[in-house]
Write a protein that binds this ligand. Structure first.
Ligand code: CTP
Length: 403
């Protein structure tokens, strides 16, 4: 990696005996181009001194949350924002339990809640602790939320047992971190639409839909984590701005189209996750409509299809659409891929027990001209990371093919 591609990695050290191996891990990560800052739990400081990690990382090591001097330098919130990645190695059973429960009773667990950086864990514990249903349930929760789990390995343990629970070797962890951190989209500018649109009937009423915008926002963050410069054009949502270059807020489909058309010529990739209203009221009353009549007929007119317009440009960006289908997913998705002239389409089944609007999880099947990939039911955060990597892979593939 060159200097521009250096990834900022926050390394959390838990109180497991393998904490001593994490000294070497810092070196291995730095060799691979990471800028590493270390945070230790109290238990970890009883096993290895903070000074050791300071010497190998080249940065002061934080150990407590309520440290006035350290907070005056880089506060824990700044540290949480600074990180591109949060890696916890060793991740003890206790740490995993606190992370799964969302407890923030020390600096490391507070940072885990405060950061938007993807979480990677290298578990290390006695084999019985690892196999315990409580640990396995916590593992499941963390995975579902998008955490990446590295290991553990099987073999001789410090306590004399033999079995699963050994932390992976530093070199294995550092290598495992590399593929996900290669900035596959560095230099790419990505335009995304997200959320619903609101189509006004009068100054106080509108037509809209149930889209929460969560999938689009998660995807914007995930694409940003791969190094892309992301511009998000969003309809009204209750979500906080993800860590991206620019957020443009709009209300109606026509506003969304105008914002997209202004931005699109400078973009390499366009991803349409927005649930754009297909129709808008033919007229929007200047004043609040009064309930004078027994019956009110609304005349609706078609909204422009933003995605189709972008794909139809003379030199379109790499274009990714979404399709929500209640039946015959593959046929409908492929028909839209062809009809709109897209590079990729991510389709999800709606109306059943599976994920979709207003839910935290979702499943997608992604189609392109001569291929497909099934992304099974998982949290929207994890799904977004997987989809972002697939977009990067297909985009880079097309790029390589055309150069
Ligand atoms: N889309 C868009 N502008 C619109 C409508 C849809 O950009 N006016 C985009 C969405 O963001 C999504 C995809 O197109 O990426 C959805 O395609 P569409 O054919 O509109 O899906 P449905 O509305 O589900 O279509 P249909 O009702 O015909 O199944």
């Amino acid at each position: 990696m060159d200097q521009n591609q250096e990834s900022r990695l926050l390394l959390g050290i838990g109180g497991g005996i393998s904490a001593y191996k994490s000294v070497d891990l810092v070196r291995r990560l730095k060799e691979r181009g990471f800028d590493v800052r270390v945070v230790m739990t109290h238990a970890a400081t009883t096993l290895v001194t903070p000074l050791t990690f300071q010497a190998v990382s080249g940065h002061p090591v934080r150990t407590t949350l309520l440290d006035a001097t350290a907070e005056a330098g880089m506060s824990h919130i700044e540290l949480a924002r600074w990180a591109d990645w949060l890696l916890i190695a060793p991740a003890t059973a206790d740490l995993m339990a606190r992370l799964a429960a969302g407890i923030a009773d020390d600096l490391l667990t507070t940072l885990a809640l405060a950061t938007e950086a993807p979480l990677c864990l290298a578990p290390a514990m006695n084999q019985h602790m690892w196999r315990h249903p409580a640990t396995q349930e916590n593992l499941h929760i963390l995975r579902e939320r998008g955490a990446r789990i590295l290991g553990p390995a099987e073999g001789d343990q410090a306590c004399g047992d033999v079995g699963p629970g050994r932390m992976l070797e530093p070199i294995e962890i550092a290598e495992a971190m590399r593929p996900v951190t290669v900035h596959q989209l560095t230099g790419a500018r990505i335009l995304l639409t997200a959320g619903p649109t609101r189509e006004p009937l009068d100054p106080v009423r509108y037509l809209s839909n149930r889209s929460s915008g969560r999938m689009g926002y998660a995807l914007a963050s995930a694409l940003g984590s791969l190094g892309a410069e992301v511009v998000l054009v969003s309809g009204p949502t209750a979500l906080a701005q993800p860590r991206i270059a620019e957020l443009i807020q709009v209300e109606t489909a026509l506003d969304m189209r105008a914002a997209v058309m202004t931005q699109v010529s400078s973009c390499d990739i366009f991803v349409a996750t927005a649930a754009v209203a297909d129709y808008r009221p033919a007229e929007s009353a200047g004043r609040k409509i009064k309930k004078d009549a027994d019956e009110l007929v609304l005349r609706l007119v078609r909204n422009p299809d933003i995605l189709a317009e972008v794909a139809d440009l003379a030199s379109p960006p790499f274009t990714v659409g979404f399709a929500a289908e209640t039946d015959d997913l593959e046929r409908h998705a492929l028909a839209k891929l062809t009809a709109k002239g897209l590079d990729m389409i991510a389709a999800n089944q709606v109306g059943g027990a599976q994920g979709g609007f207003e839910r935290d999880d979702n499943a997608l099947t992604v189609f392109w001209k001569d291929g497909r990939r099934d992304l099974p039911l998982m949290s929207k955060t994890r799904l977004a990371q997987t989809l972002a990597e697939l977009i990067a892979e297909r985009y880079r593939g097309r790029h390589a093919a055309s150069t």
